[in-house]
Design a protein. Sequence first.
Length: 502
Amino acid sequence: MNANLYALFASRFPQDRTACCIETHDGLFYSWNDLDRATAKIANLLASLNLPKDSRIAVQVEKSPEALILYLATIRAGYVYLPLNTAYRAAEIEYFIDDAEPAVVVCSPQNFGWVSKIAFKAGTQHVFTLGDDRQGSLLVRAALQSNSFDTVERRPDELAAILYTSGTTGRSKGAMLTHDNLASNAKVLHDYWRWQPGDVLLHALPLFHVHGLFVASHGALLNGSKMIFLPKFDATEVMRHLPRSTVFMGVPTYYVRLLAEPAFDKNACANMRLFVSGSAPLLTDTFNEFIARTGHTILERYGMSETTMLVSNPYDGKRVGGTVGLPLPGVSVRVVKGDGAPCAADEIGDIQVKGPNIFKGYWRMPEKTAEEFTSDGYFKTGDVGKFDANGYLSIVGRSKDLIISGGYNVYPKEIESFIDEMDGVTESAVVGVPHHDFGEAVTAVIVTRPGAAVSEGDVIGYLKSRIANFKVPKRVFFLQDLPRNTMGKVQKNVLREQFKDA
Ligand code: MCA
Ligand code: AMP
């Protein structure tokens, strides 16, 4: 049997292929026939390029139905999809392209100048453009191709996607996900969250991370369900479409922003079946306020780029606020102490996981991959948590130095290395402090050289021209010295406490 993930989706398309598969915010309708034919055209285009096996197709484009179609076409043609955040700037894109050596790069038309320069320098042969308005050379070239394509045979353990996830030492690592990693997780979630006939997914997440690209889209595709596609999250737009939707997925910031809308109430959610939250901790206050306002209990779940989804609150059973729920069927989750011994209920330790959804390793980093697995094959998540007596997992912290802002990961080490390059800066420490909207806000604390005149505005301006906007500190503070422990290590917990009300 062909284990290509696209073949699985195709086997679940609804009988009526003229039914709507994707509806856009501005009133366009794509049927399942359209999806089949459009993925075939792009798959034929990719096949015509005679790319080597396992070629990476790197994509940095705005969200659109065609962006999802490009993902599916890549999988269908047997290549490896490599999505990139649209906020990334030249230095970030250059790193990913140099590291992944994609055979094809697809970028937004307005970025063609600088992206193609980076790609051609790195040896990429083909650079196409794709806009969010159905423009660009990719579609022009694909239009000339046949609209039928035999989905390429793939084994379960062959690569389907690489997702870059930043490293604690600053270097991003490409998590290699196989067809079976994605297919097994999609099937489990489809059953666990009880997707049903008539479901409609309101899709407001970006298409370059696990949450929007896999968890949300795969559920609808496996269910043969319509997706209403929003170009980005916007609370007013979400509310406009909720009455015709049944399933919504988002990061906690989405729920905070929805609750800030006075008209968001039981009535607004009357047609809804399921709200899912993940990618960052959902505050218990948000969880409780959501129940009070809408009568719906948000289902919180937990996963990673390396693992896709691991743990979820139940659909039918009790959804407990402040917890991420129970291990998904087929996924083994344990909490261990420093010496590897299992923790008792309510005892805090490191979270380790095993299952068919766990990635194949980091792209071209075998030593790093080996370091992140235990001798008995468990992946070390870098998250710290505890099980309660009922088997519900809570995440209480992270052993990795990571900030999650509005669902995006920011690695302090990367930001510190940019700040430390600035004239007049001696050293810096970047921490996350509580933020009502983004959950955590990136905050920089800097020590300057004597006599140097570096201002908050200078630092923010310098960083904005170099790195993705969401990584730029919201505030910058200056100290004479950074607090250190007896080993000389910067005490970030002290800084987090000192600037928590910033
Ligand atoms: C935008 N900005 C941000 C963020 N997003 N700053 C910090 N954190 C962010 N997440 C910047 C903008 O560039 C802008 O900067 C300023 O903040 C205000 O922008 P705003 O209009 O409020 O932002 P927005 O366009 O509304 O975006 C906020 C957002 C978005 C809707 C929350 O960030 C988002 O969609 N996040 C979802 C991320 C996601 O999909 N995560 C899943 C990862 P300036 O003022 O300087 O111009 S997958 C994952 O983690 C795993 C595996 C899992 O478990 O799911
Ligand atoms: P990423 O590198 O984007 O895959 O982010 C994965 C990380 O997001 C995990 O290791 C967790 O730290 C965090 N995460 C995801 N879901 C949740 C959640 N529901 N609660 C708390 N943290 C979460």
